[in-house]
Ligand binder design. Structure first.
Ligand code: ADP
Length: 271
């Protein structure tokens, strides 16, 4: 999240201003602060597909040198897919603050969560050399989701798992049905972990742990805040189980398709 920006900002001293927002947040936000938050959020959401498009472009450049038309076509198709995702996100992000305040309703579609996860895991794996992403699905699970938004959640959680764990550490992604019939997706890493005292705070806007092991990593603490907003809008729940120094398991729960229809039907009766 925010890799390029904060990197640059750190050099210009702008990061100190961002950190200042964390402290000011208890007071009334100025228009300037709100504008900054909006710009940060937009940039955050655009970063992942933009990085993917660039990476495929670089791969294509290499492949063309080797004159490998089949691979080139495959890479172009992937690049087009990411470009479409970027355009969708741009359209959506024009009013991204509404995701968080609840006024931007998700565009719900029936989807097999495992197909969606597989797609995002494959995309992220192709951009990650130092971590193996393993995906295991217990059974087919149909959910009612905004695919783009749930994709954003998967991207944020998997990117964090990569960012906060050592090179070579496996990331295990699983999808299963809970005893009470919900769909549960977990992302487990073997990284730095999270102290009990911080497990709630990490979902707050702009919260970043600031110790030796994380100071060098980039980000401004918006990813989990956005994930939480998206999952709650889907009638689900997000959380973390973690042991400092051993690793973290981030998970989210979503109602299964039939349960979602029953729940969604209630509020819309009053629309
Ligand atoms: P960012 O990564 O941009 O700082 P996030 O909202 O995604 O923002 O995360 C907030 C904070 O939660 C991070 O700064 C980090 O301290 C902690 N965190 C998130 N994911 C993990 C993880 N997988 N392992 C350890 N700490 C994490």
């Amino acid at each position: 999240a925010f890799h390029a920006q904060v990197h640059t900002s750190a050099k210009t001293g702008k990061a100190a201003r961002m950190a200042g927002c964390v402290i000011d947040i208890t007071g009334r936000k100025t228009l300037e602060q709100q504008k900054n938050e909006f710009i940060e959020m937009v940039s955050h959401e655009l970063k992942t597909p933009a990085t993917g498009i660039k990476a495929y472009g670089q791969l294509l450049q290499d492949r063309f040198l080797h004159n490998d038309p089949e691979t080139n076509l495959r890479l172009i198709a992937k690049q087009n897919k990411l470009t479409n995702r970027l355009i969708n996100l741009l359209n959506r992000l024009l009013d991204s603050t509404r995701v968080v305040d609840g006024s931007l309703k998700p565009h719900l579609e029936k989807a097999d969560i495992n197909v969606l996860i597989r797609e995002y895991v494959d995309d992220l794996q192709s951009l990650t050399q130092n971590h193996q992403l393993n995906f295991r699905a217990a059974e087919k699970q149909i959910v009612l989701v905004d695919k783009e938004q749930i994709g954003q959640v998967l991207t944020n959680l998997i990117s964090n798992a990569i960012k906060y764990s050592p090179e070579g550490g496996d990331i295990n992604i699983t999808s299963e049905t809970t005893n009470d019939g919900q769909c549960m997706v977990s992302i487990a890493d073997t990284g730095i972990g999270i102290d009990d005292s911080e497990k709630k705070k990490i979902f707050e806007r702009f919260f970043r742990k600031n110790n030796d092991s994380t100071r060098s990593s980039t980000g401004v603490g918006l990813g989990l805040y956005i994930c939480d907003a998206i999952i709650r809008q889907h009638g689900g729940e997000i959380g973390v189980k973690s042991q400092a120094g051993k690793g973290s398991v981030f998970y989210f729960l979503l109602p299964h398709h039939e349960a979602a229809i029953v729940n969604m039907a209630k509020p819309s009766d009053n629309d």
